[in-house]
Design a protein around this ligand. Structure first.
Ligand code: PEP
Ligand code: MN
Length: 370
């Protein structure tokens, strides 16, 4: 399938023009007028921060958590925009959210990870945006389903939204890790290689989950040629009503931004490094897949070993081995691999398979009931 999006470049989204890298910051949630104003006042003094974010309606995992202040937060954002000259952005999950945001002059909308996981919701939002000219950023769905993510851009694009951007916020970790969400960077790279003119920002806060990894995740994203960052900040993170662990004070954010190396994409060397990094990430991912496959193969070998042992059949089956060699080398050569390499690889795999079966047979001989 051929993908296509009709996109307006970031530089043409606003007048005066926004430039890349785009840095968005602000609290996870709008809580009080004072919290919003003091955070925005401090952020407006950081020259790189051009857009102020705040969650107004919060998608919470469990009921009875703080679910956002609702519409009154939009009024605060309207005043913040006027007072500090920052653009504003809010998460929308329902057509009614869009309507309220438009009424309050919100500049950019974003669709959260839970919403982008649901095509019905995205379609409803896209329809609510018919005839509206506003930039929309779409976070990746909770699961690493790139087609679903692309589907959101397509739905929005079909209803006329051309000011589109992606936000990479990592994926739900099925096992506990140091990070809150796993950055499968290869997914972001894949999106970038499909739509090389679709801007992509990294939400380092939601990947990290604590303040500890925000710097390294952000640097990694910049090294991968991301077009910007979304980082949560709160005037008093400890008192935050949502995501307290991962929010930076504006002062911490200022320091963090100073430590980041923003590589100029016009310079030869950093571009080379960035591409090299992209290739390496692909290689890393393929290597892990290879190991996974080899492990699966060896598990089957173990079963065969047991089966042969039960039936009193020898491990080495010469004709089968010759057939493996012939079919795999024929196939492998067609894929462009060298004959020598395939033979070496197969011999290694075969040797290990024999070793595994020998061990199994010896074990079964000493414990015949197993
Ligand atoms: C957020 O940005 O505050 C948020 C709810 O993020 P996500 O949709 O990535 O979970
Ligand atoms: Mn948050």
């Amino acid at each position: 399938m051929k993908w296509h999006l009709n996109l307006t470049p970031v530089e043409k989204w606003f007048d005066p023009s926004l430039h890349l890298p785009l840095i968005i910051s602000g609290p996870c949630s709008a809580e009080t007028k004072d919290q919003m104003f003091s955070t925005a006042a401090a952020l407006s003094k950081i020259p790189q921060v051009k857009v102020f974010r705040a969650g107004i309606w919060k998608p919470r995992t469990r009921p009875d958590s703080f679910e956002g202040v609702g519409k009154k937060g939009l009024q605060w954002l309207k005043e913040i925009k006027k007072t500090f000259g920052l653009l504003t952005t809010v998460e929308v999950a329902k057509p009614a959210h869009i309507e309220a945001c438009l009424k309050h002059g919100i500049d950019i909308l974003w669709i959260g990870a839970r919403t982008s996981s649901n095509p019905f919701s995205v379609q409803e939002l896209a329809e609510a945006l018919k005839g509206v000219d506003i930039p929309v950023l779409v976070k990746n769905p909770v699961n690493p389903d790139i087609d679903l993510w692309i589907g959101s851009f397509e739905r929005l694009n079909k209803t006329g939204i051309t000011k589109l951007g992606a936000i990479f916020r990592g994926f739900y970790p099925y096992e506990k890790t140091q990070l809150r969400n796993i950055p499968k960077w290869e997914v972001a790279i894949e999106l970038k290689s499909i739509f090389n003119n679709l801007p992509i920002l990294c939400d380092s806060s939601h990947i990290s989950g604590t303040t500890e990894y925000i710097q390294s995740i952000s640097q990694k994203a910049l090294d991968l040629n991301f077009d910007g960052l979304m980082i949560e900040s709160h005037i008093n993170p400890k008192a935050a009503l949502s995501d307290a662990m991962q929010q930076l004070t504006p002062g911490q954010l200022k320091k963090l931004l100073r430590t980041l190396v923003f590589r100029a994409s016009s310079s030869d060397n950093p571009e080379f490094m960035s591409l090299l990094e992209q290739y390496r990430i692909k290689i890393d991912s393929i290597d892990f897949e290879l190991l996974e496959l080899l492990s699966r193969r060896m598990k089957i070998v173990k079963e065969i070993g047991k089966y042969k042992s039960l039936n009193n059949v020898t491990i080495l089956q010469l004709r089968r081995w010759e057939n493996i060699m012939k079919t795999r080398t024929d196939f492998g050569e067609k894929t462009g691999l060298s004959l020598d390499f395939i033979k070496h690889l197969l011999e290694l795999v075969h040797k290990e398979s024999i070793q595994i079966q020998t061990e199994i047979m010896n074990r079964l001989k000493s414990k015949p009931d197993e």
